[in-house]
Design a protein around this ligand. Structure first.
Ligand SMILES: Nc1nc2c(ncn2[C@@H]2O[C@H](COP(=O)(O)OP(=O)(O)OP(=O)(O)O)[C@@H](O)[C@H]2O)c(=O)[nH]1
Length: 325
């Protein structure tokens, strides 16, 4: 069964709330991606140089990035030759299949849950990427799984960041360990780890500052945070999630690379997917950074976060093309 039939079988007609949010959150990407692919169909007369060039442009417009886009184009060309694909429908299905296979090439590690005490998650990323909002959204998700959560407002750098997280904590009714503005974020994390152990919390989420002004400083700060967490709770931090703003496109990938060079990131959370037509960045992240996209942010409310799933994502961006089937 081809990927189009598989996606249709899995998702068509499903009216669940979760899936609706996934689809509406990807609406901008879907509209522009499907529209551009359909435009490609107009002048299609086979997989020739002109077609491959146009396909490359479509992928770049979706923010897949030049390296990854080139790989996809080459692979579509190879498969089209090997499998003697002729019609535009076959080619567009092959394209989605190549994107799927590229994402699935690497296996995802499951959530590193600490079976022996609180699971510590550190949120890292540049200012404004959505760390604080995502921390709140994650809190809600863990609460829905029946887990207790404590927050650590370890962004002691940005004025107002502590209050912002504390407000979310009030709203979600979870404890929040607050640092002092301008204070040492590691000290806040130590307090939070101790609180989590003492109160037998399931999850501790640490919202950190996103300073990128100097790689050496960032490295030092992140290393210290890891060290103090590990000292308080062996194996912590169990996850370090890098929050990236999808609307910053390829720029976001460069930022990510700096974080990857400075600390052991275990996953990506891509925010503001609802605000961009360039959702192809998911594929570029996977290809260039090798990291799984754990969650995607699809809005500003606490419910607007979904675990990333490659099939739902591909269905979300190519749903209109399936109708052409
Ligand atoms: N549309 C949309 N907006 C989002 C999403 N995630 C976060 N935002 C908004 O992005 C803005 C920045 O989010 P914050 O959570 O404050 O970002 P931050 O990384 O904590 O920022 P600093 O505290 O400055 O480091 C806020 O206005 C959020 O409401 C999302 O998935 N979709």
């Amino acid at each position: 069964m081809g990927i189009f039939s598989k996606l249709k079988k899995t998702f068509s007609g499903k009216q669940e709330k979760d899936q609706d949010r996934y689809l509406s959150g990807l609406d901008k990407t879907k509209k522009s991606f499907s529209e551009r692919i359909r435009r490609l169909a107009l002048g299609f007369s086979g997989v020739d140089e002109e077609f491959l060039e146009e396909l490359m442009i479509v992928l770049l417009e979706a923010d897949i990035g030049i390296k990854t886009a080139q790989k996809i184009v080459d692979e579509v060309e190879n498969r089209a030759m090997d499998q003697k694909l002729k019609s535009f429908h076959e080619i567009s299905e092959c394209l989605i299949e190549v994107m799927h296979d590229m994402y699935c090439e690497k296996e995802d590690e499951p959530f590193h849950e600490n079976s022996d005490g609180p699971t510590v998650i550190l949120m890292v990323g540049v200012n404004g990427s959505g760390k604080t909002t995502t921390t709140a959204k994650l809190t809600k998700q863990f609460q829905e799984e029946g887990k207790s959560v404590v927050l650590a407002a370890a962004d002691t750098f940005r004025a107002g960041a502590i209050d912002q997280l504390a407000k979310w904590a009030d709203k979600l009714n979870v404890p929040c360990i607050k640092g002092r503005e301008g204070g040492d974020p590691s000290a806040t994390l130590v307090d939070a780890c101790r609180y989590a152990k003492e109160h037998q919390m399931d999850v501790l989420i640490g919202d950190t500052a996103g300073r990128l002004q100097n790689k050496a400083n960032l490295m030092k700060e992140l290393e210290k945070m890891r060290r103090v967490c590990e000292r308080e709770i062996p194996g912590a931090p169990h996850e370090v999630w890098l929050v990236l703003d999808a609307t910053t496109g390829q720029n976001g990938i460069s930022q990510a690379q700096i974080f990857l060079e400075t600390t052991n990131v275990t996953g990506i959370i891509l925010t503001k997917m609802d605000g961009t037509a360039k959702g192809g960045i998911v594929i570029a992240i996977r290809d260039l950074l090798g990291l799984p996209v754990k969650y995607i942010g699809l809005g500003e409310k606490e419910d607007d976060l979904r675990p990333f799933d490659i099939d739902s994502y591909l269905y979300g961006i190519c749903e209109d093309l399936l109708e052409d089937d």
